[in-house]
Design a protein around this ligand. Structure first.
Ligand code: ADP
Length: 559
């Protein structure tokens, strides 16, 4: 048995096409390329070309059809006219022949035309006008008989009965010779003898060519005019249709070049379509979002730059002081024990300040970046506030300021992060003590509210100028009179307070007036997870979706 394996070369599967397939598409490729090059490159141009092509094709078809019909019509008309001329010639020739024959038969019984008739019809004087005036064609007259022998009627010419009269007259105005001939047979004669006269009109003068040329010229003029008009109308329409697209292109280019304020005007109902209208709207929405995003990024960048500048400025002051102390200690002051002790103490203060600054910066950047996760517990708020405030008892006593912490009798149970709320209280009470002169007082109040709880920290200190109030929560902001206050600050305390309160979904307000003391009020919600936008709420959502409500109900919120 022989097994057949298809060999690649046997069926042309080696990649080579059969010769018949190779040529056709390759030969057409340059034509297609040429046609493509002829196409306008713009959308407006292509739309115009498409309109004009459709109109030109329609006009061409209409012209061909009209000319064809007209030609048929003129040919028919010409036939009828030639029939009329042949009739007239028949009547005249028969009258003349009868008169010339003078009572004898025009064609004798044995088929001979009377000599007088022959003489008359061969005399150009008589015969000429027949062709020139009545036939307006070469005229051929043939006398004979019609016989029906053999079934079909047949014309049998007489022996001397053929007369050819050439047309000599010039054509009339707009007349032309037509290569055409037509023969009509007429019965003639009298009781003396019957005969048949065949009248042939050949190459007649007609108006057909002139009329056709006229109509063709008119049609060509109309076609040209219609084409010109269609180019103008098409270009105008295409321009109108593409105006919204052009506006979109301009706006996109402006956006790409950095003009983020550029928008597309909504297309008018006359020039726009619902699709383009939608496109313009979507483009504007996209541009709005882009502008918003860029503005946010720009603001963030500016904030980061300011923050960096502030940080380096804050670091430079203690570092410069430390360098000075160090130099002084290395020089003369190093030998004086009193000066030495003083400089060392000042250096320790600056190092402490640097450490404090670094800690606060780290804390703030952690809070801002969302790295700090709150440990939310449904605890009694009184405990967190009390322990934080009492940590500052010693400071208050040292500064001669009365610190009064007033707590409600009933527990204030809200979900919060106790150490962080403690930090809020420490910072607020620390500020109050710092900005309250000896003999003044600082009071801390905790109260339950319908929505959660409120912590008030009030002092009888120097107060804050109304102009400074909007800025005190900004990073590194320090009031003009903060240097008069005892102890220096970094302008980070209130920024940290605000970040922690924000993370709890709460709010902080301040009432103050220069010289009348200040009151900072922190409002906290009962459960930060129910406040939209807080990190806790976002995590609660995730937890709910992933694990159900069970863990939340049990109070084990993942932090
Ligand atoms: P600092 O570390 O300088 O205290 P803060 O952010 O805590 O920074 O406070 C910013 C500024 O707000 C202070 O420099 C001060 O001008 C003003 N300020 C804050 N708390 C009080 C207060 N209780 N009384 C008066 N001014 C205050």
């Amino acid at each position: 048995m022989v097994s057949a394996t298809p060999s690649p070369s046997a069926d042309g599967a080696d990649g080579a096409l059969p010769p018949s397939q190779v040529g056709s598409s390759d030969r057409l490729a340059p034509v297609a390329r040429g046609l493509r090059r002829l196409l306008p490159s713009t959308f407006q141009g292509r739309l115009t070309a498409a309109f004009v092509t459709v109109i030109a094709l329609t006009l061409l078809l209409v012209t061909i059809f009209v000319l064809n019909r007209l030609d048929d019509y003129f040919t028919q008309q010409q036939k009828t006219e030639l029939e009329g001329r042949a009739q007239t010639i028949n009547v005249i020739v028969q009258l003349l022949a009868q008169e010339a024959a003078g009572g004898f038969p025009v064609v004798s019984g044995d088929g001979v035309v009377h000599p007088a008739v022959v003489a008359l019809l061969t005399d150009p004087e008589y015969a000429g006008p027949i062709a020139d005036n009545f036939g307006q064609a070469d005229v051929r007259l043939e006398f004979g008989f019609t016989t029906s022998e053999g079934g079909e009627p047949r014309f049998v010419p007489a022996a001397n009965g053929l007369f050819t009269i050439a047309l000599r007259a010039p054509p009339g105005e707009r007349q032309a010779r037509e290569r055409f001939s037509q023969t009509l047979y007429f019965a003639g004669g009298s009781a003396l003898g019957r005969y048949t006269l065949a009248v042939t009109l050949a190459d007649p003068y007609t108006y057909r060519a002139a009329a056709l040329a006229n109509v063709t010229g008119l049609l060509a003029a109309i076609t040209l005019f219609a084409l010109g008009l269609s180019v103008i109308v098409s270009a105008t329409l295409a321009r109108r249709f593409t105006t919204p697209l052009r506006q979109l292109t301009d706006a996109s280019r402006a956006l790409a070049e950095g003009d983020l304020t550029r928008r597309v005007a909504s297309p008018t109902p006359r020039e726009g379509t619902s699709e383009l209208d939608e496109l313009a709207r979507q483009f504007n929405t996209m541009a709005d979002r882009l502008q918003e995003s860029v503005e946010i990024i720009r603001r963030d960048r500016d904030r980061s730059r300011d923050f960096l500048a502030d940080v380096s400025h804050e670091l430079r002051t203690p570092l410069a002081a430390l360098r000075t102390f160090n130099q002084l200690l290395m020089e003369s002051a190093g030998d004086d024990p009193e000066a030495r002790a003083e400089f060392l103490e000042s250096s320790a203060g600056q190092i402490e300040r640097l450490d404090w600054l670094a800690q606060n910066l780290l804390e703030l950047s952690k809070l801002d970046s969302g790295l700090v996760l709150l440990d939310l517990r449904p605890d009694d708020l009184r405990a967190a506030v009390e322990s934080a405030a009492h940590q500052l008892d010693a400071t208050a006593a040292r500064r001669g300021v009365a610190l009064d912490v007033r707590l409600p009798d009933a527990p204030v149970r809200i979900r919060h992060d106790p150490p962080r709320i403690g930090q809020v209280v420490t910072n607020l009470v620390g500020n109050a003590l710092k900005f309250t002169p000896r003999g003044g007082s600082v009071t801390v109040d905790v109260a339950a509210t319908p929505d959660g709880a409120r912590i008030d920290v009030a002092d009888t200190g120097i107060g804050i100028d109304p102009g400074e109030l909007p800025h005190i929560f900004e990073r590194f902001y320090r009031g003009a009179r903060s240097n008069e206050a005892r102890g220096s600050g970094s302008g980070l305390g209130l920024a940290i307070v605000r970040s922690i309160v924000d993370m709890h979904g709460g709010g902080i307000t301040v009432e103050s007036g220069a010289g009348t003391g200040s009151r900072f009020s922190v409002d906290l919600p009962r459960d930060p997870r129910t406040v939209a936008g807080t990190p806790a709420a976002a995590r609660a959502d995730v937890a709910t979706a992933a694990e159900g409500d069970a863990r939340l109900a049990a109070g084990t919120v993942p932090t």
